[in-house]
Design a binder for this molecule. Structure first.
Ligand code: ATP
Ligand code: MG
Length: 776
């Protein structure tokens, strides 16, 4: 047997070894579904399948990169290079570029991000003279998005009486017209939005049998991860492409379907058997990721859902510690607790930041956590907030770059035509748009033909427009001969963008300049990196495509060690040794907006299942008594999901009067110590005493808590430590690590820590209040 196949259990090996035919692997979290896909690809290649014939679709590009890396180590990097792996959007964007002309698009079409799309919708609404309070552009955009994901084209919309009526009932009778204008404008701008990447792929495969046949023959083996979260449009693409050879392997977990709100259709997984002949079904039951406590607690949660497939998930891993539940007074307290707990775990177990993740239901919750982490000097990275590429100064530079590649790009043009200010005002732009609509041309084409149309603009403005056009054209010439990095540097300077920010001189302005530098560095790295890729020149067009399709997780440069902060939705498929799930409160999680129906509540419960099953060693659940939401302090109640976990898996931390929380002690590292003596001696400064009286339910739980001393007369035998002359250079002895020399002392009071170079153990950072150091 090939060596790598031994890294699979029998149940996992079966789908890997079934080379041909349709198959589905339905299995719970952490049971190795992604591993099966990865090894299956390696196995196919060992069986002589050309990497060119394999297509693998993943939830993020990062996941695809990681899989590819693993495959490279098995089959060799050069073999793995040609594999097509990535998100639906990135793979089909590539295919659409090859085939763009068939759909009447230029191959250099722009990909509009959500912001571009929303702006365009807003301007269509304005141009149509509609009430923007009734036609809210974000809502309108999301309607359009959902039509597209259900493959409802403009024509289909107007033919669908129910839809038309529903919009009329919602007092938006002109939805269809907005949709029509939006689609026309995108087309004229040579732009596709995110949903188009799937919609147009479907159109391509439907309308052009020879194109379908070409890709069917090419992608003889198709694999899809996280199949439970595919939407209808994605489903149809997979179905069409796999129809000829039927070598399709999908893996998923119905219990982790969490994107129904965005059109994901769990029936795709349930109906798979019906769609293909002789489907082999595989189940994996052993979880390798998490402790018994976590696995069993997660099972007990998902059990409460009525709509689910019966599945077994068990683990041979250790029971592990119980799930810690902690109640805090406010969200600021919650942040402080999480930061302290991470800090202590790091000290106790000598762990890097990368071992920790903090997960929340909504992005807005990150702020209080961030504040606390910053105070503790713990490095973190937020995923999926405002991404780097969404920042204004970055979008400005990208706006120019996009125009160079596709001068028809209307959103890019509107963005930069008068930034930095060059005397082309809003009225002029409006006139250009009217003319563009009238002649059915792009705005740039209107500028190119100013001499031939009477726009009623003065000659000064006309000159300025022409200067702008000539600048873009000169960049286009440079683009013929320079790589993306050189060109971008020229753009940043020649357009006056950098100059504009330098003039600003404020700290924000300086930060923006740094961001632009960061972007340029990124472009340089990209150009360097692309040189290794087959058929790539590191061109500007390639860079822009990469940027447009970067998913929220792809900002990870992987070069440094940070605590990960993200929404639970984004955490799907990932794993971390320590996971903190914060904001476990009614109305927040489950979300107040998702409690109207059983199915909504069940989706929230699946979300909680996803969150908990990310943890390998230890999970923490926190909730507050009151929290700032929408600028107000509101009362909070513990989430029903905490109640739903069997108490035997939980350990409630006691918020004792005057104590913020009970620190965690690891006797293994610190030797046999009297744990009761190691609690915080004084309240952390500013910590308000708990001012609540527990209710019956809380009392019931409090009685189960571990014993806690009353904290008043604690004579902590570690206090002596603080009196000792511990300075850099001191030689100390530690019970376990032996003799070492202090390199650095940091922090004060409870947080004081020493970096020590131990003769035997190397460099360790220890928290002085726990490390029983003896000065020698
Ligand atoms: P999720 O549902 O969260 O996406 P999954 O089913 O895709 O989970 P994987 O991520 O593939 O699970 O595997 C979970 C963890 O268990 C990974 O760290 C993986 O490397 C490990 N693992 C899977 N199978 C085995 C095995 N047979 N032996 C050892 N470790 C394994
Ligand atoms: Mg997975």
């Amino acid at each position: 047997m090939e060596e790598y196949l031994a890294e699979l259990n029998d149940a996992q090996r079966a789908p890997v070894l079934q080379k041909d035919g349709p198959m589905i692997v339905i299995a719970g979290a952490g049971s190795g579904k992604t591993r099966v896909l990865t090894y299956r690809i390696a196995y196919l290649m060992h069986q002589g399948v050309d990497s060119f014939n394999i297509l693998s679709l993943t939830f993020t590009n990062k996941a695809a990169r990681e899989m590819k890396k693993r495959i490279s180590t098995i089959v060799g990097a050069s073999e793995a290079k040609n594999l097509w792996m990535g998100t639906f959007h990135s793979i089909f964007a590539k295919i659409l570029r090859f085939e763009a002309d068939k759909l009447g698009y230029p191959s250099n079409f722009t990909i509009y991000d959500t912001q571009d799309s929303q702006r365009l919708v807003a301007s269509v609404i304005k141009e149509m003279g509609l009430d923007k309070d009734i036609y809210k552009y974000k809502q309108v955009y999301s309607r359009i998005s959902s039509y597209k994901n259900s493959l409802i084209t403009v024509k289909a919309y107007f033919q669908n009486g129910e839809l038309v009526e529903a919009d009329a009932m919602a007092k938006r009778p002109r939805m269809g017209e907005i949709y029509q204008h939006y689609v026309d404008r995108c087309f004229k701008a040579g732009a596709m939005d995110f949903d188009d990447l799937l919609l147009k792929t479907n159109e391509l495969l439907n309308r052009f049998p020879e194109v379908l046949s070409k890709y069917q023959n090419r992608f003889r083996y198709i694999l899809v991860d996280e199949y439970q979260d595919t939407n209808h449009s994605q489903y149809l693409i997979v179905r069409a492409l796999s129809d000829k050879f039927q070598n399709i392997c999908v893996v998923g977990d119905d219990a982790q379907s969490i994107y129904a709100f965005r059109g994901a259709n769990i029936n795709n997984i349930l109906n798979f058997q019906r769609d293909y002949d002789n489907v082999q079904q595989y189940r994996l039951e052993q979880n390798y990721r998490s402790t018994k406590n976590i696995v069993e607690a997660a099972n007990s949660i998902i059990d409460k859902n009525k709509t689910k497939l019966d599945k077994v998930v068990w683990t041979a891993n250790d029971p592990g510690p119980k799930i810690i539940v902690n109640r805090l007074l406010t969200d600021a307290d919650e942040g402080r607790y999480v930061a302290s707990s991470i800090f202590e775990n790091q000290m106790n177990h000598q762990l890097d930041n990368g071992n920790f993740a903090i997960l929340y239901r909504t992005n807005a919750q990150s702020r209080s956590i961030e504040d606390a982490l910053r105070k503790r000097d713990i490095k973190y990275r937020i995923y999926g907030g405002l991404s780097f590429y969404q920042r204004k100064e970055i979008k400005d530079v990208l706006g120019y770059l996009r125009l160079i590649i596709n001068p028809k790009d209307e959103e890019a043009l509107k963005r930069v035509i008068n930034y930095p200010a060059r005397g082309i005002g809003g009225t002029t732009v409006d006139k250009l748009i009217v003319a563009a609509n009238h002649y059915d041309r792009s705005i740039f084409e209107v500028i190119e033909n100013l001499d031939r149309i009477n726009l009623k603009i003065n000659s000064g403005t006309k000159t300025r427009l022409e200067n702008f056009m000539n600048m873009i054209k000169s960049f286009q010439v440079t683009n013929q001969t320079s790589d993306a990095f050189v060109l971008s540097e020229i753009v940043a300077k020649k357009t006056g963008l950098l100059q504009e920010l330098k003039k600003d001189g404020t700290p924000e302005g300086i930060a923006r300049i740094e961001n632009i530098e960061e972007l340029l560095n990124g472009i340089r790295d990209f150009v360097e990196g692309q040189k290794e890729v087959v058929d790539s020149k590191g061109s500007l067009a390639e860079f822009l495509e990469d940027v447009a399709l970067a998913t929220d997780l792809d900002q990870d440069t992987g070069d440094d060690d940070r605590v990960a902060l993200m929404t639970i939705h984004l955490a799907k498929g990932l794993e971390f040794p320590y996971v903190y799930i914060v904001g476990m409160e009614e109305d927040l999680f489950p979300s107040g907006m998702s409690m109207n129906t059983r199915s909504e509540l069940e989706e929230e419960r699946r979300l909680f299942y996803v969150a908990l099953t990310r943890a390998e060693k230890q999970a923490y659940l926190t909730y507050t008594q009151s929290r700032y939401r929408w600028g107000k302090l509101v009362d909070a109640e513990p989430s029903r999901f905490i109640e739903e976990i069997d108490d035997k898996f939980l350990e409630y931390l006691t918020p004792v009067e005057g104590y913020r929380y009970k620190p965690l002690i690891d006797a293994d590292i610190f030797g046999e110590v009297d744990k009761s003596k190691l609690r915080l001696k004084k309240p952390v400064s500013g910590a308000p005493p708990l001012a609540h009286k527990p209710n019956e339910e809380q009392l019931r739980k409090l009685r189960k808590l571990r014993p806690v001393s009353n904290g008043s007369t604690n004579t902590d035998n570690n206090t002596n430590l603080f009196d000792q002359e511990l300075i850099p250079g001191s030689v100390v002895e530690h019970m376990r690590f032996g003799i070492g020399k202090i390199i650095k002392i940091e922090g004060v009071g409870q947080d004081k820590k020493a970096e020590i170079n131990f003769e035997k153990g190397g460099i360790k950072k220890l928290l002085l209040r726990f490390a029983k150091l003896k000065v020698i």
